[in-house]
Design a protein around this ligand. Sequence first.
Ligand code: G6P
Length: 368
Amino acid sequence: EVADKGQYRHYMLKEIFEQPTVLARTLQGRISKTKVLEAAFGADASGIFDKVEGVQIVACGTSYHAGLVAKYWMESIASIPCQVEVASEYRYRKVFVPKNTLFVTISQSGETADTLAALKEAKKSDYLASLVICNAPNSSLVRESDLVFMTQAGPEIGVASTKAFTTQLIALQLLTIALGRRHGLSADQEAKMVAALATVPDEVAKALTLDTEIKITSEKFADKKHALFLGRGVEYPVAMEGALKLKEISYIHAESYPAGELKHGPLALVDADMPIVAVAPNNELMEKLKSNLEEVQARGGKLFVFSDQASAFPSSDDVTVINVHSVPDTIAPMVYTIPLQLLSYHVAIVKGTDVDQPRNLAKSVTVE
Ligand code: G6P
């Protein structure tokens, strides 16, 4: 078992550092220089995709967060309505299914009881077809779905999901493009997105070089009881995933908020004892996010900002800025996830928790 970890102290760290390799593997054979090769979703995919007018995504945990990222992509890039729900809620409510909706499950293990039950419910409803994005071949979800996209993350042992998440994001962006080209996404736009996707393994490798800087920063979290993660737009679910990672393995209570919602509650909690982590690539929402963060600072909050140089975030005693290499907006969620994974890992190490086997949690929840 020790040998499997190679040079790494924990499976989680090994899996974080494997991401450039497994992301490249997940893209391999799925894109040409300019196009998504949609046969990766199954032989019947093209005929089904032609009819899709909406998407319903259902998943749990980290996989649910991947789905939330995809909602932003589906609506802004593919011009298709997209709903996302946790499986434990979806499976027990009466749902309205709009015409020609594709039912999509996302699961690392392919065995999560709630997700599987949701798929079984969905099959009784009027969906066009079902698609699973999964990392485990021959799993129950794979067997039960009409279309299958296999992520190529390889076995994930750490309970806190890392490489499965970023490979799911790749799969979801390929799906977005495949559906988008039927709804106004031009060949040029597709080629641009595909070119950006091809750089993800390298950009993720660059983000991993922030490891030492993040390790030093993590010490400032050691005595904290709470943390707040902020993002706007597609970076909001990235912030949610960052908060989940910190909760799972360091046992620090972490909450995520869309930055614009701060003023409706969490601002009351801000003081010097609550670190605020911001996911802040230099996108169209940057200026808005900056003013949200100024409000936090004015209340004595300590900020940790993951940003790129172009955002020109000034660092100070109260503001730690960690610069991520500038990347196109379409791949920012994959890249900004990396420093958040590293942050939770190093905070857990400082706190001395069991990183690979956090208390009370299981890798795969196969009972309700
Ligand atoms: C458990 C794991 C999480 C995972 C979730 C969903 O809670 O600890 O890491 O995200 O299940 O699992 P799945 O295999 O369906 O992605």
